[in-house]
Structures are given as structure tokens and as C-alpha cells.
Design a protein around this ligand. Structure first.
Ligand code: FAD
Ligand code: 2HG
Ligand code: ZN
Length: 502
């Protein structure tokens, strides 16, 4: 079976909504971060373009600056490269030929999927060629019995999920960017999202990968087996390596069964301590049917109610939680959820709440949580941090940063995946300021490291965090990462300036 689908309407409107926010272009990365120097790569010339035209034809090679613009700017408009060439291969063979040519000619390449990444990894820093997987969007097979879907890297997550749902299956990951992000991008960032608590991360769900190395070699590890202990588990090298070790061209993912019964609760709480108590109770009382447990503070909810005009179905509280159950027996799930809710409310742990199993109302609650990232763009420039912390310290950074920044920040908000110990700290300022940056970094990473947390829980390292990776990785681990990079990409053409510190 080969299903080719076009980008869904939600994607188009999503990107349009966001791109109309700021008419002015962000500063070029090379000017904002003058300490980063362009590597010793070749500059694109007509001979290179002639080769790409011969390989892909005229339409799949973009070289007009206005056509290249959107591929040069990241989602939060924080970084901007000046690539003059975007390539859109349709097959693994074409990817292989492009990389082999770029490697021979020392042309740097920036792989790009849906360009929803939040750490500046998906756009060029200087003039790297953008290799977009957007036209590699075929589903190759779906096995209804095992639930395994094999597809090309450019398939949009939401489209994959839609196709699987028609067959009683679903994608194991879900995130606010699902209408735009590609499965290849998800795998390359090891994206977490809203249901990692239930289905685990992609190191477990991805059964196989086909990837192309910097020299053009195709590495076929596209197993569809759950168990395969034949030698080194090479697929894991590509999961989360953010396009620095190879370009993912195909993936095999295990799709779990679509739940028959779904419930969603939005809860209002008076303190962070109440959130911890509720999470603990949810784990114990709901156990196998708990499929998502998220939190947001009042300033995060305000982003979507003020900027996006979404309506909250409950009153105002300092904190909120979204708790989802999914299972196979409606009556059983409802009984369990009601008992849990009655317990936490009667004990005063939860102050107010609403629960629903109506699809429209569930969507409206999820929008309050999922659209915070989009809403935050209306605040201006964002310093974004994606931190893992021991659960008791989960919220510690928010009041500390608020106090440190005072009126320098228009908003300091905290929200995220409480069930995974992963908070998103967002600091909003009217516009980028190097002085505020100095107040925030490395302080925020030092604090994280003091708590023994991770400076990147799920978004990756990208362009923004390489200088700080040592806060979460030992010197020997970084050195081994550099050795691996050298072995797999000796000329350093794949996504330079990203992930590894220089
Ligand atoms: P891109 O942004 O295009 O690329 C991301 C990185 O992967 C880049 O380094 C790029 O070079 C590399 N890359 C892309 N495709 C390939 C490929 N085929 N081969 C090799 N390298 C490749 N992330 C989460 O983890 N959890 C969330 O809940 C979450 N929610 C989000 C909500 C919103 C509204 C937004 C805008 C982003 C969110 N993100 C989240 C971040 C982002 O969506 C994810 O990181 C996503 O996985 C990126 O996919 P993409 O296709 O857009 O990749
Ligand atoms: C989420 O969980 C995403 O909504 C984005 O990971 C977080 O925008 C952010 O900071
Ligand atoms: Zn997240």
C-alpha cells in the first residue's frame, strides 16, 4: 500500500497564523551571535546548482531568496540563516546522491522536517543547504495485527495518526505541533509530547530506521520486529541526534491500539504542592488508564485566554492540571476517574474541575494546553527552556527566574509534562536583549544542574544549547559524542554548529 497525502489544512492555517504575527524578520543568526564563525565549507556556486537541477529538476530546487525565506527562519523567530538553496528529494536514492555530492564538495547541509523545532536546530546558521524531507511523505505499509506502520520521514504526524485511527490504531506520540511536524523530525529530536507517560519515548516505539550517512551510504535498519538483538542497536544513534549523524529517510513505528474510552479533566488548584499530591493520587488511583498528566500555571493559561481568546471552562486558579484517561471499558474508566476526582476534591487537594468525554469539549481543553507555545509568540521574544527536574523541584525555577528578572520580563511562565518531570519555562520579553540573555544564561542551566536536572528534556540541543551541554553531560561523554560525529561525518557537513560544543 502506498498512500501519499498532502499537508493538512490545520497545518497551513497554523503556519499562516504564526507567520503573520511578526512582519519583521528576525536578526540574522550570524549577527546576533557573532562568536560563532562559519566553518570551512564551500560556497554554493552555479556548478553545484546545475548538479542539483539535473538530479531533482527545476521545481524541487529552490534558489530564489523569497522561496528560501521560510526555510531559513525557525518557528519562534529566534534564529535566521541565509541559505540560498533548498532541496526537496523524494526518494532515499536522491538523498544519498545529494549527500554524497555535498560531502565531496564540502557543502554543509541542514536537514529540515516540519521546521517546528524549538532549539534552532532545523534552520541554517549561515548558508548551509536546506534538505527538506517534506516531499518524502508516503506510507509504505501498515500491519493491522502488529500495529507497525512503515513510512517515509516527511509524513506529518497528524496525518499518520489520522490514517492509523481509521484502522483502530494510533501514533504513540502526540504534540501541539502535530499538524506540521514530520515523523523524521520527531525521531531526530526524540520528541516526547503529551503521552510519553503512557507510551514511553521513541527509543521504545521506533522499531526500525533507514538513514543516509554524510557520505551517502544508506544504512538499512528498517526492522519491523519488536525484538532484534543482532549486534549494536544502530537505530538509537539516529533517534535524538538532530540531523548531525545522518538523515532519517524511513521509519517503522509501533502504533498502539486506539482506546475505546477516553475522558479528560481540567482541574484548578491552589498550590504546586496540590499538583504533586494530585499527580501521586492520579498514578495510584487511575494506574493503567492514566494516559496524560499535564500542568500549567496561571500565566500560561493566560497566554491562550488573552492572546488566542480561548475560553476556560473553570474559574481562575494559580495552577491547572489536565488529566486524561484512556482505556477499553467506558463504565470501568468512568468509575475509576469519578472515584479519583471525588477523593481529591473532597480532601481539598483540587479546588475545582470539569470532566468530559465529548470530543468537542475534550478538544477545547486540549487547546488550552497545546496552544500555549503558539500563544506565547504574541508576547514578543521568548527565552525558552525545556528542563527535566526531580519532581519535588519541578516548579522551583519559575519563581526564582521571576524574582531575578523583575520588570525585565513581561511574563515568566511554567507549564509542561508533570508526569514526566519536564517543565517548560518561558521568559517573555518585548524583544531580544543580550543583557537579559546574560541575566538568564547560564544561571538557568547552573540551577538545573544544581538540582541534577537535564538542560534539555525533550526539545534537543540544536543551535541554542551546545555551549551548555556540559551541565548535563560529562566531559568523557561529550568526547565520545565528538568521536562518533567524526566517524560518521568526517567532513562535518551535517547540521554544523548544532548539538556539539565547538
Ligand atoms: P524540524 O523542526 O524540522 O527539525 C528538528 C531537528 O531534527 C533539526 O535539528 C533537524 O535538522 C532535524 N531533522 C528533521 N528531520 C530530519 C530527518 N529526516 N533526518 C535527520 N534530521 C532531521 N517537542 C516535544 O518533544 N514535545 C512537545 O510536546 C512539543 N510540542 C510542541 C508544540 C509546538 C506548538 C511546537 C511548535 C513545537 C513543539 N515541540 C515539541 C518541538 C517540535 O515540534 C519537535 O521537536 C518535533 O519533533 C520537530 O519535528 P519537525 O519535523 O518539525 O522537525
Ligand atoms: C509543549 O509541551 C511543547 O507544549 C512546547 O514541548 C513547549 O513552547 C514550549 O516551551
Ligand atoms: Zn513539551
Amino acid at each position: 500500500m502506498l498512500v501519499n497525502f498532502k499537508r493538512v489544512t490545520t497545518l497551513v492555517s497554523f503556519i499562516r497564523r504564526c507567520s503573520t504575527l511578526s512582519k519583521s524578520l528576525p536578526e540574522l543568526t550570524k549577527d546576533r551571535y557573532p562568536n560563532i564563525k562559519r566553518g570551512d565549507y564551500a560556497e554554493l556556486n552555479q556548478n553545484h546548482l546545475d548538479y542539483f537541477h539535473g538530479l531533482l529538476g527545476q521545481n524541487r530546487v529552490l534558489s530564489d531568496p523569497s522561496d528560501c525565506e521560510m526555510y531559513n527562519i525557525d518557528f519562534i523567530k529566534g534564529v535566521r540563516g541565509y541559505s540560498q538553496c533548498v532541496l526537496k528529494p523524494q526518494t532515499t536514492e536522491e538523498v544519498s546522491k545529494i549527500l554524497s555530492f555535498c560531502n565531496q564538495h564540502r557543502l554543509a547541509v541542514c536537514p529540515q522536517g516540519g521546521n517546528t523545532g524549538l532549539v534552532g536546530g532545523s534552520v541554517p546558521v549561515f548558508d548551509e543547504i536546506v534538505l527538506s524531507t517534506s516531499l518524502m511523505n508516503n506510507i509504505i505499509s501498515i500491519d493491522n495485527i502488529s500495529g507497525v506502520v512503515v513510512c517515509e520521514a516527511g509524513c506529518i504526524l497528524e496525518s499518520l495518526d489520522d490514517v492509523l485511527r481509521e484502522k483502530g490504531l494510533m501514533m504513540p506520540l502526540d504534540l501541539g505541533a502535530k499538524g506540521s511536524c514530520n515523523i523524521g523530525g520527531n525521531v531526530s529530536t526524540n520528541a516526547g509530547g503529551l503521552r510519553l507517560l503512557r507510551y514511553g519515548n521513541l527509543h521504545g516505539s521506533v522499531l526500525g530506521i533507514e538513514a543516509v550517512k554524510a557520505n551517502g551510504d544508506v544504512i538499512d535498519c528498517l526492522s519491523t520486529l519488536k525484538k532484534d538483538n543482532t549486534g549494536y542497536h544502530l537505530k538509537h544513534l539516529f533517534i535524538g541526534s538532530e540531523g548531525t549523524l545522518g538523515i532519517v529517510t524511513k521509519v517503522a513505528v509501533h502504533g498502539p491500539s486506539k482506546p475505546k474510552s477516553l475522558n479528560l479533566a481540567l482541574l484548578g488548584l491552589h498550590s504546586f504542592e496540590n499538583i504533586l499530591q494530585t499527580y501521586e493520587r492520579a498514578k495510584n488511583d487511575l494506574s493503567e488508564i492514566l494516559s496524560s498528566c499535564e500542568m500549567m500555571d496561571e500565566r500560561s493559561l493566560d497566554v491562550v485566554t488573552s492572546h488566542l481568546k480561548l475560553k476556560s471552562p473553570i474559574g481562575d486558579f494559580p495552577f491547572y492540571m489536565v488529566v486524561e484517561t484512556s482505556g477499553s471499558n467506558e463504565k470501568h474508566d468512568e468509575e475509576k476517574l469519578n472515584a479519583f476526582l471525588e477523593g481529591v476534591m473532597s480532601e481539598g487537594i483540587v479546588a475545582d474541575g470539569t470532566v468530559t468525554n465529548e470530543p468537542g469539549k475534550m478538544r477545547a481543553i486540549w487547546d488550552l494546553r497545546e496552544r500555549i507555545t503558539e500563544g506565547l509568540l504574541h508576547d514578543g521574544y521568548l527565552f525558552k527552556y525545556d528542563i527535566s527536574l526531580p519532581i519535588k523541584e519541578f516548579y522551583s525555577l519559575v519563581p526564582k527566574m521571576k524574582e531575578r528578572l523583575g520588570s525585565d520580563a513581561s511574563r515568566v511562565s511554567g507549564y509542561g509534562h508533570i508526569g514526566d518531570g519536564n517543565i517548560h519555562l518561558n521568559i517573555s520579553v518585548p524583544e531580544f536583549s543580550p543583557d537579559i540573555l546574560k541575566k538568564v544564561e547560564p544561571y538557568v542551566y547552573e540551577l538545573t544542574s544544581t538540582y541534577k536536572g537535564s538542560i534539555s528534556a525533550e526539545h534537543g540541543v540544536g543551535f541554542r544549547k551546545p555551549p551548555y551541554i556540559h551541565y548535563s553531560k560529562s566531559e568523557n561523554a561529550i568526547s565520545l559524542m565528538k568521536d562518533l560525529k567524526k566517524m560518521m561525518d568526517p567532513n562535518g557537513i551535517l547540521n554544523p554548529y548544532k548539538v556539539l560544543p565547538s
